[in-house]
Design a protein around this ligand. Structure first.
Ligand code: ADP
Length: 243
């Protein structure tokens, strides 16, 4: 589903992704962890073309992103992103937020679009908020709407960029539970950047540890949390545990 081959990414002179090689298969749920500034967000943003890469190959659903003839919008249609700060349309109702992209991008008939949007809102526990404006919702509720909105495009893959780090602690659990539900009962591919280690342990079948723009470890979740192979990963886990 997603393949990085010798990918290099620079912000000006700053080397943000260093020789990234990574293959993620359909249906996998992969968690990306590591210290702040290690390139996690850059890596997942590259997957739907939000960050261009300078070298190497990045293949998503069969399309080579570094190839100028690739239409990035075709990839974005099938690869959704859930951001830290929700990015809802604040002047549109919750239901409209969920229905907008399927209507405009996929031309889904109105009735079918609404039915599916309401079904998704029910799945994230917010059907009764369909008519509300985003400003009436808590952060956790906004993030659940953002998740429903991404699912409305029937994505092959969903990228989560620290989906709970802007939330109050009491809101985090509900959002994590929903992410766990949607990633476990489908063949959707998910890549999640998170600092929530308990959640990472429960949700992922694979853990990738990054530091300074490099992937230092790529392990099965149970092995990783029993004992990371990489020394820096071990240190990171110890720090998070003692925090
Ligand atoms: P993480 O998600 O692991 O916290 P990021 O991918 O956000 O890391 O950032 C990796 C590095 O790239 C950081 O040092 C950050 O300062 C730098 N960086 C991120 N975005 C930009 C940008 N738009 N311009 C310049 N540097 C950036």
């Amino acid at each position: 589903m997603i393949e990085f081959k010798n990918v290099e990414k620079y912000y000006g002179h700053f080397h943000a992704l260093k020789n990234i090689n990574l293959e993620i298969k359909r249906g996998e749920t992969v968690v990306l962890i590591g210290p702040s500034g290690s390139g996690k967000s850059t890596l997942i943003r590259a997957i739907n073309g939000l960050e261009p890469i300078q070298q190497g190959q990045l293949i998503v659903n069969g399309f080579d992103l570094h190839d100028p003839s690739t239409d990035i919008n075709k990839i974005r249609k099938r690869v959704g992103m859930v951001f830290q700060h929700f990015n809802l349309y604040n002047n549109k109702s919750v239901l409209e937020n969920v229905m907008l992209a399927p209507r405009i991008v996929n031309h889904v008939p109105e009735e079918e679009n609404e039915r599916y949007a309401l079904e998704l809102l029910e799945r994230v526990g917010l059907k009764e908020k369909a008519g509300s404006m985003p400003s009436m919702l808590s952060g956790g509720q906004k993030q659940r709407v953002a998740i429903a909105r991404s699912l409305a495009m029937r994505p092959l893959a969903l990228l989560f960029d620290e989906p709970t780090s802007a939330l109050d602690p009491e809101m985090i659990g509900d959002v994590l539970r929903i992410i766990q539900e949607i990633t476990s009962d489908s063949d959707m591919t998910s890549l999640i950047v998170t600092h929530e280690m308990n959640f990472a342990q429960k949700v992922a079948n694979r853990v990738i540890f990054m530091s300074d723009g490099e992937i230092l470890e790529d392990s099965q979740t149970s092995e990783f949390f029993k004992q990371p192979k990489n020394e820096r990963a071990q240190k990171f886990i110890d720090q998070v545990k003692n925090h």
